[in-house]
Write a protein that binds this ligand. Structure first.
Ligand code: TRP
Length: 335
C-alpha cells in the first residue's frame, strides 16, 4: 500500500449525533473510517448543526454528541491519526454555508430526495434548514479541500450537488478556489436494513425500537431484536432478493466477519432460519459488546473528550479558515 502518498489525499465524513448510533452506522460507516485512517488525511466529525434541522431536546443533543465522539474513539478512531471534531465548534462551516446558499438554486435543492422525504414528514411548517441542509453539507466538504467522501448511497445526490457548487464557483472565481470531491460509495452489501422492514435502510430515527440494533443496546436486547427480526416465507437460507430479511442477516454477518455472502450461505446448507438468527445474534453481540463498554467508559471521561474535541476543533479551524479566507477574498468580502 502506498500509504505516504495517499496520506496527501483528504478523506472526510460525518454522522449526525441525533439519536443513538446503530450497527448500520458502525458497519456501513465507522468501521470503514477506522480502516482508512492510516491511509488518508482523515477528518471525521459529528454534524450537530445538521441535527437541528429537526427538533432536538437540548440535553439529549448535547449528550448524544459526546456519546457519538466516545463511540468513534471506542470503534478505533485515533485522534492522533484522524482529526475528530464537532461541527458547531468550527464556525467556518456555518459561514461558508451562507456563501454557498447565495450560489445554490431553489430548483436543484427542491430535487433532493432526502428533502422531499423529510419535508413530507415535517407537517405544515417545513424548516428552511431542511431545504438548505445539503448546502451546509457542501460547506463541510469544501472547507477541507476534500478528495474523497465515504457515504451511503442515499447521500450520493448531496455529493453531486457539492461538486456542482464547487465547479460553479470555480468557474466564477478561479479553478483553484475549491477542490472538487468524489463520493466513495461502499459496495451494496454494506447497507444494513431494518430488522422489521428489511426493504428499508436501518435508521437511527426509526420509531420502532425493534427495527434497529443500537450500539448502546445490552447483549440481551441485541439477542432479542435479532431473534425477532422479520424473515421471509420458506425455509431455505439463500442470497435472494425475494428474501430481504434473510439477506440482511447474511449481510450483517458478512460485514462483521469479512466473509463473502456466498461463503456464509454455503455454511448454512441444510440449516434453518433459527440457526442463522442465533449465529447472527452472537456475532453482533461479540462486535457490539466491547464497543459499547468502551464507549460507556469514555463517555464518562468528559475532560478527556473535551480535550480531544478542543484539539480537533483547533486543527479543523486552521484548515477551514484558510479555505474560507480564500473564498472571501475572491468574492470581495472583507475579512
Ligand atoms: N448528510 C449526511 C448523512 O445524513 C451527514 C453529513 C453531513 C455528511 N455533512 C457531511 C457526510 C459531510 C459526509 C460529509 O449521512
Amino acid at each position: 500500500m502506498t500509504a505516504p502518498q495517499r496520506k496527501n489525499q483528504v478523506m472526510l465524513s460525518a454522522v449526525q449525533p441525533s439519536n443513538k448510533l446503530t450497527i448500520g452506522n458502525y458497519l456501513g460507516a465507522l468501521k470503514n473510517w477506522v480502516h482508512h485512517q492510516n491511509d488518508f488525511d482523515c477528518w471525521f466529525f459529528a454534524v450537530n448543526l445538521h441535527a437541528i434541522t429537526v427538533r432536538q431536546d437540548p440535553k439529549e443533543l448535547r449528550e448524544q454528541t459526546y456519546r457519538a465522539v466516545a463511540t468513534y474513539i471506542a470503534a478505533g478512531i485515533q485522534p492522533e491519526n484522524a482529526t475528530l471534531f464537532v461541527q458547531s465548534q468550527v464556525p467556518e462551516h456555518a459561514e461558508l454555508a451562507w456563501i454557498l446558499n447565495c450560489y445554490s438554486y431553489m430548483g436543484e435543492l427542491s430535487r433532493m430526495t432526502q428533502f422531499k422525504d423529510k419535508s413530507q414528514k415535517a407537517g405544515e411548517n417545513i424548516p428552511v434548514g431542511l431545504f438548505t441542509y445539503p448546502v451546509l453539507m457542501a460547506s463541510d466538504i469544501l472547507l477541507y479541500d476534500t478528495d474523497l467522501v465515504p457515504v451511503g448511497a442515499d447521500q450520493k445526490q448531496h455529493i453531486e450537488l457539492t461538486r456542482d457548487l464547487a465547479i460553479r464557483m470555480n468557474n466564477l472565481y478561479g479553478e483553484d478556489l475549491f477542490k472538487v470531491p468524489q463520493p466513495m460509495i461502499p459496495p451494496v452489501g454494506a447497507k444494513i436494513m431494518s430488522l422489521q422492514e428489511p426493504t428499508a435502510k436501518m435508521s437511527k430515527s426509526d420509531p420502532d425500537p425493534n427495527a434497529s440494533v443500537f450500539l448502546s443496546d445490552s447483549d440481551d436486547q441485541i439477542r432479542k431484536k435479532i431473534k425477532r427480526a422479520v424473515t421471509d416465507s420458506g425455509s431455505e437460507i439463500a442470497d435472494d432478493d425475494s428474501k430481504p430479511g434473510v439477506k440482511n442477516l447474511l449481510t450483517i454477518q458478512s460485514a462483521i466477519t469479512g466473509k463473502s455472502i456466498a461463503e456464509i450461505v454455503t455454511s448454512y446448507t441444510g440449516k434453518q432460519y433459527g440457526h442463522l438468527k442465533g449465529d447472527t445474534a452472537e456475532l453482533v453481540v461479540q462486535a457490539v459488546s466491547p464497543l459499547r463498554n468502551e464507549a460507556d467508559r469514555l463517555y464518562q471521561e468528559r475532560q478527556f473528550l473535551e480535550q480531544v474535541l478542543a484539539q480537533g476543533a483547533q486543527k479543523a479551524r486552521e484548515r477551514a479558515s484558510q479555505t474560507l479566507k480564500r473564498c472571501y477574498d475572491r468574492i470581495g468580502l472583507l475579512r
